[in-house]
Ligand binder design. Structure first.
Ligand code: SAM
Length: 219
């Protein structure tokens, strides 16, 4: 899976993508992440990517032209990726859920993520993308955090990314359905009188499985 992220703040991604699961997934060549600076696709000497809204109003709007050029350059330079989706991160978009992440992990070999800033995109940007995606019903200052969320949620579902000691099937939201979890504990066995259930210390895997089934609950 290849992730192409288009942003005016490329440095934001350095730290997060170079730690833990995402770092290992890149080392194992399960994913490739390319972060593109939108300013590299501007033609004016000030490298502007935004302008004032026609008709007036507060703030600035992301211009369509550099975004169009970035998407065309990225798609032209990796034609081998047949199953590509171009996604605009957008608080008004379709909700990103585990089900959506699962579908992307199964169906796609490249995801192009477009990070907005300011007051969002020129409306013509939406004609260049396949989907508008929201990560929740709140408004952030930019699409960079949502791009990280989508990248990580999809990556974790790719075969061979997580070790079997941490299977996604054991997780909450497994199978992309409802949020389901069972109580989990680690050391100490007794924390201020609050004790770990004895069955979990028994070593009896059958009974432990049964106990976990019984204590699964919807969040
Ligand atoms: N005026 C826009 C509106 O009300 O929808 C808000 C723009 S927001 C300040 C700037 C950018 O952050 C958006 O273009 C989008 O890329 C990103 N963003 C903010 N919240 C988001 C969310 N919940 N999901 C996905 N992207 C989000």
């Amino acid at each position: 899976m290849q992730f192409d992220i288009i942003t005016i703040f490329p440095e934001i991604f350095n730290s997060y993508f170079n730690e833990s699961i995402l770092k290992i997934a890149q080392e194992k060549k399960k994913i490739e992440i390319k972060v593109h600076n939108l300013r590299d696709y501007t033609l004016d000497k000030h490298k502007n990517t935004d302008d004032t809204p026609y008709g007036g109003g507060p703030g600035m709007i992301m211009q369509v032209e550099p975004i169009d050029r970035a998407i065309r350059w990225i798609t032209k330079n990796s034609k081998d990726k047949k199953n590509t989706k171009v996604i605009a991160l957008d608080p008004g978009g379709k909700m990103f859920t585990q089900k959506v992440a699962t579908k992307y992990a199964q169906d796609l070999d490249r995801i192009i993520l477009l990070c907005g800033r300011y007051e969002g995109f020129d409306a013509r940007v939406y004609k260049l993308v396949d989907e508008r995606l929201s990560i929740g019903e709140y408004v952030l200052s930019g699409g960079e955090l949502p791009a990280m969320v989508v990248t990580e949620a999809v990556t974790r579902l790719l075969p061979g990314v997580l070790g079997h000691e941490h299977s996604t099937l054991e997780e909450s939201y497994s199978m992309g359905l409802d949020y389901i979890e069972y109580p989990q504990y680690t050391r100490p066995e007794d924390y201020k009188g609050d004790k770990v259930p004895k069955i979990l210390l028994s070593g009896d895997h059958g009974k432990i499985k049964e106990w976990r089934q019984k204590h699964r609950k919807k969040g």
